[in-house]
Design a protein around this ligand. Structure first.
Ligand code: SAT
Ligand code: MN
Length: 625
């Protein structure tokens, strides 16, 4: 039955009996025409690319402009993660918590088994053994994804470590996370994919997680986090459950290294909701002379306590799956250099000479483009309504090793010791440029209230409403978010706090009343990182305030264009704004977690309120807020 493509590793060569049995069961259900094991080799990557080009699914890019790279265009209905079809199918609804979609796992497996039945007929079933984290690291985990999408295989080969070296570590009975994926559009007799991007209608899409059995079942989407199951599904939703059970942290955080002119380095992990520039911060080019920022990861951090009591982080990924629009040599040169070659582009526009283009790439579109939907597109700058040439969630998949700012130790199996954890969101008002938590529990409080202000009235929410995204984990926590807060609190109880990271809240997004940015952001954020560095080293100029530890007015070097008054506004304590914040958290945010909200967080809110009320209203921030 599985005779095709037999030049690759064969099923019978697999040493792991449990894995073989699972593959047999999935093949019996989905009925593929062939089974191919991804061995991680360049030769196999190239063959998959050649096959996708031959079928018309992939477009090879100009070897002079983007060597070794290909472009894909998805079905217009399959362009992003689908949160309303993402399920945490825990044993009980209570275990999944109020912020996750839940379906009874037995019922969901029955529905999905029905969908999987025969869904791979005429297609190849690929077996992808992958490691999240450097192969063999004691922080890393192994997963095996079974998929009928060659697009997924090639992306996983960039985003994770794939192949025989992983099978070697897995041995004959090692543990792994089962990840089953199908694009979910069964072929009729005689039909072929013929360069189409197959996917199922929305009501048949399921991105399902079974936290007790650590399984992931995904059906119906071929895009990003719905299909590359190592990323959000394993490295966050399933790993967050493992982390709670095993006493570590799986977080939606970038990791960076910052080095001062004397050559001392600190490691920073940072969580922001989407669209807050995580990739840009991870690859930041500092504007302050003598300081250096290097990249360890741009999206996910797994952190475990070392024997010395410090928290060590690895980047479980091996590549970047970055948003293309807005990425330019100005906004993020290191990302632009990372994607120069050996990369995959999804839903970007195509130039006549087969290069990619996107809105915000830093130069005008050449005369004629093919947009992401395959139509001819000519830029019309006078037309503000013109549909973009690239999809707003168009992506590049690029190897992390190609990033010029990648830190030499980015693949160190023992991880890097984290000195500081930053939280942040888009907050035009109230929240200062930076402040520091007084202690661990206060830091957990700051993580729990993360959110961004809704600007345009979207999704039925009033403009000005704060959309809370605690720890930037709301769509990615695989269990009850109240228990997640408790897990963070517990780590502070069971570990020596003097060795734990200091926690900060940053906000690059302050605006004046007439809507102008108060802070330039991008490389200038290095000035804030410098203060964070100094706060960790005990040399920062600080003051205690009602909301935590803040820089003194002169503690942060001012970038060009930021006046003394601007700085005062960026660092003022907006007493009334924060009292409104307290009320919003009390009325609209914390009640969601019911009796699972840790008492320590409710107490923190009371303490902050009392502190704020004790501040002399007239002296709090002068005229700036
Ligand atoms: O599609 S991904 O989940 O990989 C990226 C994102 O949506 O954050
Ligand atoms: Mn992310």
């Amino acid at each position: 039955m599985y005779s095709r493509k037999e030049k690759w590793m064969k099923l019978q060569d697999l040493k792991h009996a449990g894995l073989k049995k699972w593959i047999d069961e999935v093949a019996a259900l989905t009925k593929p025409e062939a089974i191919v094991i991804a061995d991680g080799s360049d030769a196999q990557y190239q063959q998959l690319v050649d096959e996708m080009v031959a079928s018309g699914l992939a477009t090879p890019l100009n070897p002079e402009k983007k060597p070794g790279s290909i472009a894909f265009f998805s079905d217009p209905s399959d362009v992003a993660r689908v949160e309303n079809r993402t399920y945490i199918a825990a044993a009980s609804k209570e275990a999944a918590g109020p912020t996750n979609n839940w379906i009874d796992p037995t019922e969901l497996k029955k529905t999905m088994t029905g969908l999987y039945d025969g869904c791979m007929k005429g297609r190849t079933l690929y077996v992808i053994p992958f490691s999240m984290g450097p192969v063999g690291s004691n922080i890393a985990k192994i997963g095996v994804e079974l998929t009928d999408s060659a697009y997924v295989v090639t992306n996983m080969m960039i985003m994770t470590r794939v192949g025989e070296k992983v099978l070697d570590v897995l041995g004959s009975d090692g543990e792994y996370v089962q990840c089953l994926h199908s694009v979910g559009k069964p072929l009729a007799d005689g039909e072929s994919d013929e360069g189409k991007w197959p996917c199922a209608p929305i009501e048949q899409k399921y991105i399902s997680h079974f936290p007790e059995s650590r399984e992931i079942w995904s059906y119906g989407s071929g895009y990003g986090g719905n299909a590359l199951l190592g990323k959000k599904c394993l490295a966050l939703r399933i790993a967050s459950v493992l982390a709670k059970d095993e006493g570590w942290l799986a977080e939606h955080m970038l990791i960076l290294k910052i080095t001062n002119p004397e050559g001392e380095a600190k490691y920073v992990a940072a969580a922001f909701p989407s669209a807050c520039g995580k990739t840009n911060l991870a690859m930041l080019v500092p504007t302050i002379p003598g300081w250096k920022v290097e990249t360890i990861g741009d999206d996910i951090a797994w952190m475990k306590f070392g024997a010395d009591g410090r928290l060590y982080a690895i980047n479980p990924e091996a590549g970047f799956f970055g948003v293309a629009p807005g990425t330019s040599l100005d906004s993020n040169p290191n990302a632009m250099y990372s994607l120069e070659k050996n990369s995959i582009f999804t839903n970007c526009a195509l130039t006549e000479d087969n290069d990619v283009w996107w809105e915000g790439i830093g130069y005008d579109a050449p005369s004629k483009l093919t947009d992401w939907k395959g139509n001819e597109w000519v830029q019309d700058k006078g037309n503000k309504e013109q549909a973009p040439a690239s999809h707003p969630n168009a992506r590049f998949t690029a190897p992390a090793s190609q990033c010029p700012s990648i830190a030499p130790e980015w693949e160190d199996p023992k991880g890097v010791p984290i000195d500081a954890i930053l939280f942040g969101g888009r907050r035009p008002h109230t929240v200062p440029l930076v402040h520091q938590a007084r202690d661990w529990n206060h830091g957990v409080f700051l993580g729990s209230i993360v959110g961004s202000e809704i600007t345009a009235a979207a999704l039925d929410l009033k403009a000005g409403t704060i959309r809370r995204d605690p720890f930037a984990m709301l769509p990615f926590c695989g269990y009850h978010m109240g228990e997640y807060f408790e897990h963070w609190i517990n780590l502070g109880k069971t570990h020596d706090q003097s060795k734990m990271p200091k926690i900060f809240y940053v906000n690059w997004f302050r605006k004046t009343d007439d809507g102008k940015w108060l802070w330039p952001g991008f490389g200038e954020n290095s000035r804030v990182l410098k203060w964070v560095f100094e706060a960790c080293a005990g040399t920062a100029k600080t003051q205690d305030t009602a909301i935590g530890i803040m820089p003194t007015a002169d503690a942060i070097d001012r970038p060009e264009g930021v006046s003394e008054d601007d700085m005062a506004e960026l660092l003022c304590l907006d007493r009334d704004g924060w009292l409104k914040e307290v009320a919003d958290i009390r009325e609209n945010h914390y009640p969601k977690f019911g009796d699972k909200l840790p008492k320590e967080l409710a107490d923190m809110l009371d303490i902050m309120e009392n502190n704020l009320k004790a501040v002399d209203a007239s002296a709090s921030c002068g005229s700036c807020c």
